[in-house]
Design a protein around this ligand. Structure first.
Ligand SMILES: *[C@@H]1O[C@H](CO)[C@@H](O)[C@H](O)[C@H]1NC(C)=O
Length: 145
């Protein structure tokens, strides 16, 4: 299935809508390139039953590199010092979602680091991706599951 959504503008949601559990209510799109370009696209449920929206989020708003360790940070700009990011659907069979990258420490040493993707990191704001209660970035996005 391929869906194209019209242009949306960058916005900051002043009053966060009810936030839904990202993992339970969103399906990542274009999964082979998830996290690779530090932008994710997802098809998320809205508050209206059966209606979904596709939006994208630049994870630089949400994730930082703290001396070689990925962490939730606003704005984190992790992509300045991390690369080769990919999604891991599970680690040691725990069935949780992780993002793994190679990140540099302050001393420029590179190593693998992982971040657990959870509701405290990514939000579903009535169908739109966000983090820290707002700041979603929508664009012309397509979704391929
Ligand atoms: C940064 O991480 C390196 C390697 O883990 C460690 O040796 C160093 O002490 C850390 N530096 C700071 C300022 O935390």
């Amino acid at each position: 299935m391929r869906i194209v959504v019209g242009a949306m503008v960058t916005t900051v949601l002043a009053v966060p809508q009810a936030m839904a559990d990202f993992l339970a209510s969103c399906r990542l799109c274009n999964s082979e390139s998830v996290f690779g370009g530090h932008r994710i696209v997802a098809d998320c449920d809205t508050e209206e039953s059966g209606i979904t929206r596709i939006s994208s989020l630049d994870l630089n708003y949400c994730i930082g590199n703290d001396n070689g360790t990925l962490k939730a940070q606003d704005p984190g700009l992790f992509a300045d010092t991390c690369y080769a990011c990919l999604s891991l659907p599970t680690v040691d069979g725990d069935n949780k979602a992780y993002m793994q990258c190679v990140c540099k420490t302050r001393d420029q040493i590179r190593d693998y680091t992982r971040l657990l993707i959870q509701t405290t990191l990514l939000d579903n704001l009535d169908g739109l991706l966000g983090c820290f209660g707002g700041k979603w970035l929508g664009e012309d996005v397509t979704c391929e599951h």
